[in-house]
Design a binder for this molecule. Structure first.
Ligand code: ZN
Length: 142
């Protein structure tokens, strides 16, 4: 286990624009506010989405297309650096009209309406680096 210590800094409450991509919007917000490390939660509704399921054997994301309106029952994630730029890692649980859910790594989520709470963290530089074992870009905490 590797541990870095941070202090909570600015908090941002954001209403995301209709028809924008939730993941991109958080990345753009982080870039515009100079946020290098942070965590966020989001709720609202998406018009459609693409979720990812990571195939641990073949080291690739499989895509789950969500082509109908869904509630964002839960969405959370973090911001850290990848190739020197803020990068958003988001996971979501999406609910349909019957309350049935689909969940996974949020690749794209086209917003119907969404409310984000982003917390900026101050501390050591947190950068992603390619990890041979998993095939993922994981936090480099050495
Ligand atoms: Zn993920």
């Amino acid at each position: 286990m590797s541990v870095f210590e941070y202090k909570a800094s600015n908090e941002f409450i954001v209403r995301v624009e209709h028809n924008s991509d939730l993941v991109q919007s958080i990345t753009e917000l982080a870039k515009s506010k100079g946020i290098k490390t942070g965590s966020f939660t989001a709720i609202g509704a998406l018009k459609r989405a693409r979720l990812g399921y990571y195939d641990q054997k073949n080291h690739e994301y499989r895509e789950i297309k969500v082509d109908s309106p869904h509630e964002i029952a839960s969405c959370l994630g973090n911001v850290s650096l990848k190739d020197g730029e803020p990068f958003t890692h988001a996971h979501a649980v999406l609910a349909d009209e019957k309350g049935n859910t689909k969940a996974g790594h949020l690749l794209e989520g086209i917003v119907f309406a969404a409310e984000v709470h982003l917390r900026q963290l101050e501390g050591p530089k947190l950068e992603r680096k390619y990890d041979e074992v998993t095939g993922l870009s994981l936090w480099d905490m050495k």
